[in-house]
Structures are given as structure tokens and as C-alpha cells.
Design a protein around this ligand. Structure first.
Ligand code: SAH
Length: 357
């Protein structure tokens, strides 16, 4: 297949020929979620293009499951046997939820008053998740569709799928980066403008990446966490301070590729602007903890102890277990590149591991 000639590329070219260039956010949304050809819609790179923390070590999902159940208990009044909802956004292949549920049920002696909700727009990924997790889970297209009630939300590598727009400034002012057509009719990036300065830009900034999908996400959390108590722990890659300016990247077969060359066949992601997320959440009245580096977070949740007991129970897998756990906390790798932020209902006290107790 020649560059730029996927079915989705042809569809986008027709659209651009008719209506003009599209923003990177529109391009990214089409690449990931187009109803016919989106990367997640079709499950094009399933099991090939990315490996995530829960797939590296089962301890990741187990620690998050145990964290979730402790947090759910803290939402309860002492006399209440409360039913709560464990929700995962973007469960991928369902590995995190499988490990989390197993740890929760083991800790609770097999009975816990928990319902499991998966927020997953992709029909292909739903099939994979359903095969792994059985009939105990319910699927929802969007977070706002999950029934009301006390909720603990988990999301690993979901925020980086939210669409971004990019703006750059030159001597003529601000311009937006868009996807249009070259004279030969191929997809091509270009600039349109001048446009008004993007909101909140500092006077010395010359390039800005705006996570446009984040506002709607925070608004959904605000409504949900006002109606019933809840917490969301969100784990993703992005700088712990400062904002990404040009981080849109594409991956295929574990290798970075040019975002325009294979629309629909490669994963598109952008670094998460945790500072912006925290600001939006505070403005919405949510309690905000973090971001904290993944290595520190897992360390404080007891990854070392959990790893030792897993090794004791499975001595023949000792080396794999050790290497997996080390990879998750590696300060030169995932332990620092990934950050964890926790957003909660207004007025809830800080959760572990931010609280001292
Ligand atoms: N959390 C998984 C997989 C991450 S891949 C893991 O850690 O292994 C990204 C996941 O987010 C996929 O399941 C994808 O379908 C989902 N996703 C992407 N955009 C989404 C959106 N807007 N709403 C909900 N889920 C989304």
C-alpha cells in the first residue's frame, strides 16, 4: 500500500476536497474512532502496536483493584453495605480489569458489593474485553452513560487518546496546524491563519497544544462526582510540569511512524498536560491529588511486598515477575514517564497514597 492511501486516507481526502482543511483534533478523532475505519473501531493494531503497564505485570491491576476497594470503603458510612461501581475507561484488552477484579474478590473473600462498568466505544475491543471478563461486566459508550452511584474510576492510557489542536506563532501572529491536501492530492500538514491567540497562552509561547477533549471529560466527572461520591485515578504519560507543545505521535508495530502516512492503521497519541487537567478539575470544584510519578505511586501502594508474595507463590516465574515490576517503577523509564493524578468529589479527603495514613 502506498503512503497516504488507506481507506480512511481516501475518505479524509474526499472530505477535505469538499470542505477544506481539518484541525488536528478532527484528524485524530477520525483516525481513532471513525465509524468504519478508526484504529480503535476496527481493532487494527490489537496486540501489536502498544504494550501497557497492566500487560507488563499483573501487579499493576492488582494494586489498583486493592486501592479501589479501600477507596470505596472510605466512601461508605459505617452502617452502610454500599453497592459501588468500579468503572474503567478505555480498558483496551481488559487485562487491568481482570487483575483488579481478581484482587478485589480475593481480598473480600469472594463477595464484594461491586458492579463493573467498562466505558469502551470500540465494538472490536468490547469483544476482546467481553471474552476475557465474562458476563459480569456492563459496557457503556461514554462515561455519562454509566448509571449514577458511588464510583471508583480507573483509566490507564485513556487521556492520551483525547484529541488535541496545535497552534504556532510566527512574525505574522498565531496560526493553527491543520491537515489539508498537497498539490498532488496527498494529505499534508499546513498552517491556516492568522487566528486569534489561543486561550491562556503566555506572552513568550510560540507553540501550543490544546487538549480539546479534556473540558468535556472534566465536566462529566464534575456532574457525576457531585451527584454521588467518587474518585478517578488517571495514569498516563506526560510531563510532570509544563505543557506539551508538539507531542502528537503515531505508532505502528511498536515503531513511531509519521502521523499522516497510514491513517486508521496506526495509534495516535499526545502527551497529557497534567497541569491543565488539574486546573480544569479545580475550577470544576473537584479535589485534586498529584500528579505523582508512577514509580512513586506504585512504591507507596506496596509493589515490593506484592511482588515478593507473588514470587513466593510462583517461584518458577520469579525472574519475569521481578523484571515486570522493575519496569513499571524504573525511574529512567515508565516509573517517571508515567504520572498518576486522582480527581475526587468535592470535599473528600486526600486518598492513599497521598494521605499519610
Ligand atoms: N487501558 C488499557 C488500554 C489503553 S488503549 C491498558 O492499559 O492496557 C486506549 C483505550 O482507550 C482503548 O480501549 C480505546 O478504545 C479507549 N478509548 C479511546 N478513546 C476513548 C474515548 N474517547 N472514550 C472512551 N474510551 C476511549
Amino acid at each position: 500500500m502506498t503512503t497516504n492511501d488507506t481507506p480512511l486516507a481516501r475518505k479524509l481526502k474526499r472530505q477535505i476536497r469538499a470542505d477544506g482543511p481539518i484541525s488536528l483534533a478532527v484528524f485524530m478523532t477520525a483516525c481513532l474512532h471513525d465509524a468504519e475505519y478508526g484504529y480503535y473501531t476496527t481493532g487494527a493494531g490489537l496486540g501489536r502496536d502498544f504494550t501497557t503497564s497492566p500487560e507488563i505485570s499483573q501487579i499493576f491491576g492488582e494494586l489498583l483493584g486493592l486501592w479501589a476497594v479501600t477507596q470505596a470503603q472510605s466512601l461508605r458510612r459505617p452502617d452502610e453495605a454500599m453497592r459501588w461501581i468500579l468503572t474503567e475507561i478505555g480498558p483496551g484488552r481488559g487485562v487491568l480489569m481482570e487483575d483488579a477484579r481478581r484482587a478485589i474478590l480475593q481480598a473480600a473473600g469472594g463477595v464484594e458489593n461491586v458492579a463493573t462498568a467498562l466505558v469502551e466505544p470500540s465494538p472490536e475491543l468490547r469483544k476482546v474485553q467481553s471474552a476475557r471478563l465474562g458476563d459480569e461486566v456492563r459496557f457503556f459508550e461514554q462515561l455519562c452513560d454509566v448509571p449514577d452511584g458511588p464510583t471508583i474510576i480507573l483509566a490507564n492510557e485513556f487521556l492520551d487518546c483525547l484529541p488535541v489542536r496545535q497552534f504556532v506563532r510566527d512574525e505574522n501572529g498565531w496560526h493553527e496546524r491543520v491537515v489539508g491536501l498537497s498539490p498532488e492530492g496527498a494529505l499534508m500538514m499546513g498552517l491556516v491563519g492568522p487566528v486569534p491567540a489561543p486561550e491562556g497562552t503566555s506572552p513568550d509561547a510560540n507553540s501550543v497544544e490544546q487538549p480539546v477533549g479534556m473540558d468535556a471529560f472534566i465536566e462529566t466527572l464534575r456532574v457525576r462526582f457531585q451527584a454521588a461520591p467518587g474518585r478517578a485515578v488517571l495514569i498516563d504519560y506526560g510531563p510532570s510540569g509544563g505543557s506539551p507543545t508538539d507531542s502528537l505521535r503515531a505508532f505502528r508495530d511498536g515503531r513511531q511512524v509519521e502521523p499522516l502516512t497510514q491513517p486508521g492503521l496506526c495509534d495516535l497519541t499526545a502527551d497529557v498536560d497534567f497541569g491543565h487537567l488539574a486546573r480544569l478539575a479545580r475550577e470544576a470544584g473537584l479535589a485534586v491529588e498529584g500528579p505523582m510519578a508512577q514509580g512513586e505511586f506504585l512504591g507507596r501502594l506496596g509493589i515490593e511486598r506484592r511482588m515478593q508474595s507473588l514470587i513466593a507463590a510462583n517461584p518458577s516465574r520469579a525472574e519475569d515477575i521481578l523484571l515486570g515490576a522493575q519496569r513499571l517503577v524504573d525511574p529512567d523509564g515508565m516509573g517517571q514517564a508515567f504520572q498518576v493524578i486522582c480527581l475526587s468529589s468535592p470535599d473528600l479527603p486526600p486518598p492513599k497514597p497521598w494521605s499519610l495514613s
